[in-house]
Design a protein around this ligand. Structure first.
Ligand code: NAP
Length: 212
């Protein structure tokens, strides 16, 4: 697959390297072309790097891996993204630790509203960046919870997750991002405020035949 990533931070770099290692064509897009090029030079794996606008042109799938407050700026840079799949891993967390949107609306739905010609999938937001390379916990894969209103986009997401060794679980329509975003906050609270630390992940545990 041709995958572009917007944001050269921890999620962007980690997933760029992983997906390139898995054989995908990856482009890492930054606010600054020089940053994008420098980061890909550090990462290796034949990843391409440049601006967000170049990234928007390149991929049929785009991962949004930037802070929530940057959405409007990114939108200006990338345009409509007509016909593209957007993987939205953004947790709209404010500096207070609370969600900027929630319960009746979600970052995922806001992104879908802002990019009405794209197919938005909420995905990867409940997974800690340091787990993406080593997704097994107790011998079982961490769960990739995802939701979207677009079946082909869901299928592409699930395929990507399986390839990474994650266990994809279809969580239904995009509006269920309202529940996946708080789930990420729950994980963060348990990891960093309740003393459990980050060495646990969220796993779907079903009885036989209830695989998610
Ligand atoms: N870290 C995790 O474990 C994790 C897990 C799940 C979901 N997420 C979500 O993934 C997204 C990225 O997280 P991250 O940990 O990769 O963050 P990060 O390390 O801070 O990187 C964010 C990147 O976004 C880009 N960016 C674009 N516009 C920006 C702006 N106005 N201000 C700051 N950065 C801007 C920057 O790349 P350029 O400078 O190249 O433009 C920056 O490096 C967040 O929405 C987060 O909620 C994170």
């Amino acid at each position: 697959m041709k995958i572009s990533i917007i944001g050269t931070g921890r999620m962007g770099r980690t997933l760029a390297a992983l997906w390139a290692q898995l054989g995908h064509d990856v482009f890492l897009g930054s606010r600054e072309a020089a940053v994008g090029q420098q980061v890909v030079a550090e990462l290796g794996h034949n990843i391409q790097g440049g601006t967000q606008a170049e990234a928007a042109e390149f991929g049929s799938i785009l991962l949004f891996a930037f802070p929530w407050h940057a959405l409007i700026d990114v939108q200006r840079a990338v345009g409509q993204l007509e016909g593209k799949i957007i993987l939205d891993c953004i947790n709209p967390i404010m500096s207070s630790g609370s969600l900027a949107v929630g319960h009746k609306w979600s970052a995922g739905e806001e992104i879908a509203q802002q990019f009405p010609r794209a197919q938005v999938v909420k995905a990867f937001n409940t997974l800690y960046v340091d787990h993406l390379r080593q997704p097994l916990f107790g011998g079982k894969p961490a769960t990739l919870y995802y939701c979207s209103d677009h079946t082909p986009a869901k299928e592409a997401t699930a395929a990507l997750g399986s390839q990474m060794g994650l266990a994809p679980v279809d969580c239904g329509p995009l509006k269920h991002a309202r529940y996946l975003e708080p789930l990420a906050v729950f994980w963060l609270q348990m990891a960093f405020h309740m003393g459990y630390g980050p060495e646990f992940a969220l796993q779907w545990v079903g009885r036989e035949g209830v695989s998610g």
